[in-house]
Design a protein around this ligand. Structure first.
Ligand code: S3P
Length: 444
């Protein structure tokens, strides 16, 4: 059942709000805890649908995975190479990260795993992971176009490879590195543009040898040594900077606002949005910067600001890939034109986000232009009209972006279905309303 929500203009946001745990780090904490010998504890785990699917999958692969309290979990892992064949299909729901990383993990185990997902995940490209993993010895049988449902017949004698990523993707990089764990010798991924390095950081923390070196011809070569002894560890998950982006942009746009978001991850490979917002004139301040179990975090303090349009270079895309929808909303309120380049990958996310943003913004009265991989938003420095119902295509970030848009537009903005928000940001509407927002179920 679709869950439409409507968001209306409010006068000021204030207060402090605890953002749910980082989605990327939460998936990895469960996967690596399941591979480590002994007990791992995870605190601050994101309990959104995507991550809960990974928790179920790790159980199906033989690990002990137990929820102790809110965000607090305990795992007993199987050791590298110790996963067992799941008795049923693994349904990864909406989660590309869960599906792709686990395909890598099981590709180097001598059994068959069958993956499926929701309509969005079943339409997303998987060849980007199956192609390199086939070279390591796994076989894949899927639907036309390399789509789920897909069976992965794991290699009995996996081979190490050196593979250059054809697209900048942390998911593909991670899938290969995870296969490399149960493969003899050294498995190397070459990336020309740096993508989020949570896999490398956390694997090192669990005791694996992972080297990151400058690659010949530019970029980085990341090498994992096979058969490491991973040992159970405590993992503390930072608040997700990609989720924090929604209240942060809302506070920038709603006049007279000041909010604080404690303990947000500030890994430099994730903070392209914040760099861009600062260039647009945003008043964002990082307080209390510190290190938390190998990842940098800080408290974000955000005050309303008059923004101006900027040019966002294509090279910045990997460090803010999930943040273009909310940046496009900020750009709609800025004075002048914002040009976002190098966005081809947005077309194969949970939805075609480039098209969804262009259509939704136009419906809200914003002048926007779209090419195959560019989004251009012409802001006037005044609040756009709003007054539209936006189609979210079961995409959490599209839904949240337009609910933020409604908080500062002249007239309310409605989203046709906000159900997908639970995949990454459970409690989103309540959290925004706690800061002073007015997001309501339609008909209330
Ligand atoms: C993620 C990588 C990115 C990102 C996704 C999470 C990860 O995907 O969009 O939300 O956790 O590795 P790509 O690797 O496809 O760019």
């Amino acid at each position: 059942m679709a869950k439409p929500l409507i968001s209306s203009r409010v006068s000021r946001l204030a207060g402090s709000a605890r953002i749910p745990g980082d989605k990327s780090i939460s998936h990895r904490a469960l996967m690596f805890g399941a591979l480590a010998v002994g007990e791992s504890t995870v605190t601050g785990l994101l309990e959104g649908d995507d991550v809960l699917r990974t928790a179920s999958a790790m159980r199906a692969l033989g690990a002990e995975v137990e929820r102790l309290a809110d965000g607090s979990w305990r795992l007993f892992g199987r050791g590298v190479g110790g996963l067992v064949e799941p008795a049923d299909v693994l349904d990864m729901g909406n989660s590309g990260t869960g599906a792709r990383l686990l395909m890598g993990l099981v590709a180097a185990h001598p059994f068959t795993t069958i993956f499926t997902g929701d309509a969005s995940l079943r339409s997303r490209p998987m060849r980007r992971v199956s192609a390199p993993l086939e070279r390591m010895g796994a076989r894949f049988v899927g639907r036309d176009g390399g789509r789920l449902p897909m069976a992965v017949v794991g290699a009995t004698q996996p081979l190490p490879i050196t593979y250059e990523l054809p697209v900048a993707s942390a998911q593909v990089k991670s899938a290969i590195l995870l296969a490399g764990l149960n493969t003899p010798g050294e498995t190397t991924v070459i990336e020309r543009e740096a993508t989020r390095d949570h896999t490398e950081l956390m694997l090192r923390n669990f005791g694996a040898t992972v080297r990151t070196e400058a690659a010949e011809g530019g970029g980085f070569a990341i090498t994992v040594t096979g058969y490491p002894e991973l040992t159970g560890r405590p993992v503390v998950v930072p608040a997700d900077p990609s989720s924090a982006a929604f209240p942060a942009v809302a506070a920038l746009l709603v006049e007279g606002s000041e909010i604080r978001l404690p303990g947000v991850g500030t890994n430099p490979l994730r903070t392209g949005l914040y760099q861009t917002l600062l260039e647009m004139g945003a008043d964002i301040y990082l307080d209390n910067a510190r290190d938390q179990a190998g990842e940098p975090v800080a408290d974000l303090v955000v005050r309303s600001s008059r923004l101006k349009g900027v040019d966002v270079p294509a090279e910045r895309a990997p460090s803010m890939i999930d943040e273009y929808p909310i940046l496009a909303v900020a750009a709609a309120f800025a004075e002048g034109t914002t040009t976002m380049r190098g966005l081809g990958e947005l077309r194969v996310k949970e939805s075609d986000r480039l098209a969804a943003m262009a259509r939704g913004l136009a419906a809200c009265g914003v002048a926007v232009e779209e090419t195959q991989d560019t989004l251009i938003v012409h802001g006037t420095g005044r609040a756009p009209a709003g007054d539209a119902t936006v189609t979210t295509h079961f995409d959490h970030r599209i839904a949240m972006s337009f609910l933020v848009m409604g908080m500062a537009s002249a007239r309310p903005v409605k989203v046709d279905d906000a159900e997908a928000i639970d995949t990454s940001f459970p409690g989103f509407a309540a959290l925004m309303n706690g800061l002073g927002g007015k997001i309501e179920a339609v008909g209330e």
